[in-house]
Ligand binder design. Structure first.
Ligand code: NAG
Ligand code: NAG
Ligand code: NAG
Ligand code: NAG
Ligand code: NAG
Ligand code: NAG
Ligand code: NAG
Ligand code: NAG
Length: 582
């Protein structure tokens, strides 16, 4: 209950600024800046992984029916991608179990209505590649990872698919992922003749497929040097795979080392932990160190590593965990932490509508049908990452280990510095305030050495929500997808939303970050935010845009806007703090 007298308010504010200056958490540069050869990542670091069997729910059945909302989502990611294509991976269990049918006119046909929910085989035709190409062109560019099955290594369908995909996708083809989670083959009954499918078996199977890829109806696929693996998730360690003959035998053709990993699963309906686990930074640090001996070998061999599928909880997520703001914050934190640990990119997984970890959901309709799309918390987690990493030279990410948060699980703050890929400039700082006390802020004192001499203005953009359990009222830069059905963010009107703030920071300064919330501090100017939705090629609005909206975004150009109201909003929150909530 803030008192109404202005005098009283002012006194409280004075009190608060005095006490918060005292309590400000120091954000200081690392003891040593990142090495010249440190991992360089780009603003398309976070991409989207799509399960094959539901691809037409996202992309539509034909190039003429690509839903405008999906173009809007992907264009938003692309707009912050420094011109880099959006990363999209098409795969999953269903890719391993499905069949490419070159003369099938339809994009997808389900073939086993009784199949396990987590692995639904389909037959798919070349229309799939046309639609993928259409999406790429409509969003300004996409680069695709495509799964190739390894369940029957000498199956002639594999080279057939690889050849046609190569021909149809052209430059949009990034790499082929050969096999999906081979370390689960035995557990999933894929090699009934073997007691235990081993790394040696895998290496042998790989060579069978490799040889077949030399001669496809469309020519030699291997000459693209774009094969990836081992795409393990669970039971094997990466280091022994890399130390086997596999890496040396295929050094030339192996473009990426790929991994898939979830912090926990819900395959039997019993998650081990809730949101509270995801909002502890040290948990995220140790998660990203999974397979670190293998990551080091890959770095020595100069092979980029991709986390080509991840999300909060495998087997479909858990309501109340996977679809919360806490997990949105975790998505940002984990992505930046993977950049620290040496990953080149990571793909957030999406499945059929209703899966709680989906970044966004297609409508309740037939595949590609009209209706309202829904944006879920994980999508918000992608936005701070894309914007913080925006740099034409790429970025090197450093964990600032604020208050020893990399190791101390009791800390509620974490932070990163985003260095230029080649120069010593720091482009941005990303600060996480995991305090789950709505209406409060924490103060962070930015070290003066972060502030460029040429431009001491900083712009702060916030990802906020009332609590870590929030599912809908989430805002990034004062914009939200809450209540939106077409993938175009609108102005957020709820109280926890915070506008961008621009301020002078010569000689260092103190900034406030709401708890819970993320602040991206842009040093020396705001990032580019122009959305280049390619309306002319999208073709989608006529057939499938449920809301009948125009492709022009009502808002993201507004993200350039400098919010004056943030100070008022934060002050209001600060008064509550002073009134005893601390
Ligand atoms: C747009 O639609 C037309 C007619 O339906 C189709 O011929 C064309 O290939 C489509 N263009 C794209 C880029 O999808
Ligand atoms: C927009 O689509 C057209 C037609 O497909 C394509 O030629 C053009 O390159 C696209 N523009 C962008 C920015 O992707
Ligand atoms: C495929 O491999 C299996 C086992 O490796 C073998 O039994 C079978 O004969 C092979 N089929 C073809 C067509 O090469
Ligand atoms: C299968 O092999 C792995 C090593 O590749 C080993 O760790 C595991 O214990 C084996 N499992 C069985 C059931 O033999
Ligand atoms: C976060 O705060 C909200 C509101 O006070 C509370 O309901 C929720 O249980 C808290 N969540 C956690 C993980 O502490
Ligand atoms: C897309 O194709 C599927 C499978 O053939 C079909 O069930 C669905 O109705 C189609 N969607 C539209 C919008 O026509
Ligand atoms: C922002 O856009 C301008 C103009 O297109 C470009 O010159 C600049 O390099 C971009 N900045 C970043 C960080 O991508
Ligand atoms: C990008 O790299 C070049 C070459 O190292 C450097 O001169 C330039 O300052 C860098 N750009 C930024 C924004 O740091």
């Amino acid at each position: 209950m803030p008192p109404s007298s202005p005098w009283c308010l002012r006194a409280l504010c004075l009190l608060l600024s005095a006490s918060s200056a005292f309590a400000a958490i120091a954000v200081t540069p690392p003891a040593s800046p990142p090495a010249a050869d440190a991992n360089v990542v780009y603003s398309n670091f976070l991409g989207l992984s799509l399960e094959l069997s539901f691809i037409n729910y996202y992309f539509g059945n034909t190039t003429a029916e690509i839903p405008q909302p999906v173009i809007n989502y992907l264009s938003t990611l692309h707009a912050h991608g420094s011109g880099k294509p959006v990363r999209i991976r098409l795969g999953g269990n269903s890719m391993d179990s499905s069949t490419y049918v070159p003369n099938q006119p339809d994009i997808i046909e389900f073939t086993d209505p009784t199949a396990n929910f987590n692995d639904q085989p389909v037959n798919y035709g070349p229309q799939l590649f046309d639609v993928m190409k259409g999406v790429s062109s409509a969003v300004g560019g996409a680069q695709y990872l495509i799964g190739l099955s390894l369940r029957q290594p000498n199956n002639t369908n594999i080279p057939l698919l690889a050849g046609d995909a190569m021909k149809a996708l052209g430059d949009d083809l990034d790499a082929f992922l050969l096999g999906n989670e081979p370390d689960l083959y035995s557990a999933h009954g894929q090699r009934p003749n073997l007691k235990n499918y081993t790394v040696d078996d895998y290496v042998g199977d790989y060579s069978v497929v490799f040889n077949n890829l030399k001669q496809t109806p469309q020519g030699d696929v291997l000459q693209l040097d774009n094969i990836a693996g081992p795409t393990i998730c669970c039971f094997w360690d990466l280091a022994p795979v890399l130390q086997s003959s596999w890496l040396t035998d295929y050094a030339q053709q192996l473009k990426y080392i790929t991994l898939q990993h979830y912090p926990q699963d819900n395959c039997r309906g019993h998650p081990s932990f809730g949101v509270e686990h995801y909002i502890v930074h040290s948990n995220t640090v140790s998660l990203a160190q999974w397979q670190s001996p293998g990551l080091q070998i890959a770095a020595q061999q100069k092979k980029p590593v991709l986390m080509d599928e991840f999300n909060s909880i495998s087997c479909g997520g858990v309501d109340g965990i996977s679809n919360t703001f806490g997990v949105a914050m975790w998505t940002s934190d984990y992505a930046l932490q993977m950049a620290v640990q040496g990953y080149a990119g990571a793909y957030l997984h999406a499945r059929e509508r209703g899966v709680t970890y989906n970044p966004f959901d297609p409508p309740d309709a037939v595949a590609g049908g009209a209706g309202a799309w829904m944006t879920n918390p994980p999508f918000y987690g992608m936005l701070p990452v894309a914007e913080a990493l925006e740099s034409t030279n790429g970025s090197r990410v450093v964990d600032l280990n604020i208050k020893n948060s990399m190791w101390d699980g009791s800390q509620t703050s974490a932070g990163y510095a985003i260095y230029d890929g080649t120069s010593s400039t720091v482009h941005s700082l990303v600060i996480f305030n995991y305090k789950n006390v709505s209406g409060t802020t924490s103060d962070y004192a930015l070290d003066p050495t972060f502030i460029p001499a040429s431009n001491n203005q900083i712009t702060i953009r916030y990802l906020t929500a009332p609590s870590v359990n929030e599912k809908t009222n989430i805002a990034w830069g004062g914009k939200t997808y809450s209540g939106v059905s077409d993938g175009n963010a609108v102005d957020a009107t709820f109280a926890s939303s915070v506008q961008d703030k621009t301020m002078e920071c010569a000689g260092g300064c103190s900034i406030q970050v709401p708890g819970p919330g993320i602040a991206v501090v842009f040093l020396g100017g705001a990032p580019n935010t122009t959305v280049t939705t390619n309306g002319s090629s999208s073709n989608g609005s006529s057939a499938t845009d449920g809301s009948g909206s125009t492709p022009t975004r009502s808002g993201d150009n507004g993200a350039e806007r400098i919010g004056g109201s943030i100070a008022a909003a934060l002050l209001g929150a600060a008064v509550l703090v002073a009134m005893g909530m601390l």
